[in-house]
Design a protein around this ligand. Structure first.
Ligand code: AMP
Length: 112
């Protein structure tokens, strides 16, 4: 298991506002929300970033999108934005793969 902050959340060594969990994935509210609803979906498998995933992760990566969809619906979101920061240059700060799901406001394009 990863020793990152998110690994510690999976292991319940750090508290988080967990809103979904199954054997493969976890979703919890972002501690510094950038929208009225902002949660993170993470795999329990410790993949540091998207570019570290490989062909063997195909089913897991698709599954994370289904979890994002399920939890977004659970949160009452119809329109929402998914974001993955891959690497420091893309503002990734925690090196355990995570999908940001943001909703409850409108979003502009292109993103900053
Ligand atoms: P990123 O910049 O893509 O690596 O995103 C990391 C996200 O984790 C940020 O949006 C942080 O606000 C969020 N975060 C950091 N620590 C925690 C925590 N203890 N619980 C929930 N979210 C956190």
């Amino acid at each position: 298991m990863s020793d990152t902050l998110f690994g510690k959340i999976i292991n319940r060594e750090i508290d988080a506002d967990i809103i979904y969990e199954d054997d493969q994935a976890l979703a919890f509210r972002d501690i510094n929300p950038q929208a009225p609803t902002h949660f993170l979906v993470i795999p329990k498998k410790a993949i540091p970033k998207l570019s570290d995933a490989d062909e063997g992760d195909q089913i897991l990566l698709g599954y994370l999108l289904l979890v994002a969809r399920r939890v977004a619906a659970q949160e009452g979101l119809e329109d929402y934005r998914l974001n993955i920061n891959n690497g420091p240059g893309a503002s990734q700060t925690i090196f355990h793969l995570h999908l940001h799901v943001l909703g409850g406001r409108s979003f502009s394009w292109p993103p900053g």
